[in-house]
Design a protein around this ligand. Sequence first.
Ligand code: NCD
Length: 307
Amino acid sequence: MASFRDRSIVSIRDMSLDDLKKIVQTTEKVKKGELEGFLKGRTVATLFFEPSTRTRLSFESAVFKSGGSVFGIANPSASSQSKGESFADSIRTVSGYCDVMVIRHPVEGAARMASELIDIPVINAGDGANQHPTQTFLDLFTINEQFGRMNDLRIGMMGDLKYGRTVHSLTHALAMFGNELTFISPPTLRMPGQILQELDGLHIPYTTMENLEDARNSALDILYVTRIQKERFGDPQEYEKVAGTYRLTRETIGLLGEELRIMHPLPRVDEIAEEVDTTSNAIYFIQAHNGIPTRQALLGLVTGGLE
Ligand code: NCD
């Protein structure tokens, strides 16, 4: 396994199975309180050029909890890019102020570009519709916490599989571990062909369908629900055609089985009814809270504060 020290975390495609296991194992130790204070003397910058609640705030909380310092921008209009400064100039400048940079940007490839421009590690907190690797780490940790394993599960993903970066990263990771996948989406929001080809190459069994009811006989262990990514539609009318396509209720869960666990990267719009929140199936708030130990562990590993 390659060391994490000084490594940028841009895409799940750059990672080995051992890397993913290492992050999950380290997160377990952090969550149990076995590792503390490992970011002391380290400074993290969070540069968010797109809206965020969980990702940015859990990164920032993770830094404080592990004894480090954090600063950043939460709103691009508050940075000099609004004066016409290039992304590259901003990144080069801020790299002199911190030890790790966490970046979210609407352009696919932005985090990769940043990682090639500067010498400190860059963590991709979401680049357009492409990748969201740290969400995948916390998703994997949550799956392992719930099932005691990350392989040999039947996992459905429902919603916007075209523009949803969380499901792109997660699909790749679940394929590496060996799981059976079911993709539920409107025809216009299917999982990109390139990702399906990767699954074929890895001999991962998958099924695609349009209606959640068709998954009745799939014996799903997990249903991972996603929001339709309104901001990524070029044409608002195209969004209106698919908005509100899916809505998970207590009744639909009944169809899919009592043991089903429901995950969601959040934010939710209307794809899960609030009545679902109080069922034992709903684990999305546990999942969101696992963002803290996961991001603590990751920052510890890339700064060398943890081995
Ligand atoms: C996701 C994202 O930003 O991709 N949110 C998150 O980080 N938890 C999902 C979304 O916005 O729908």
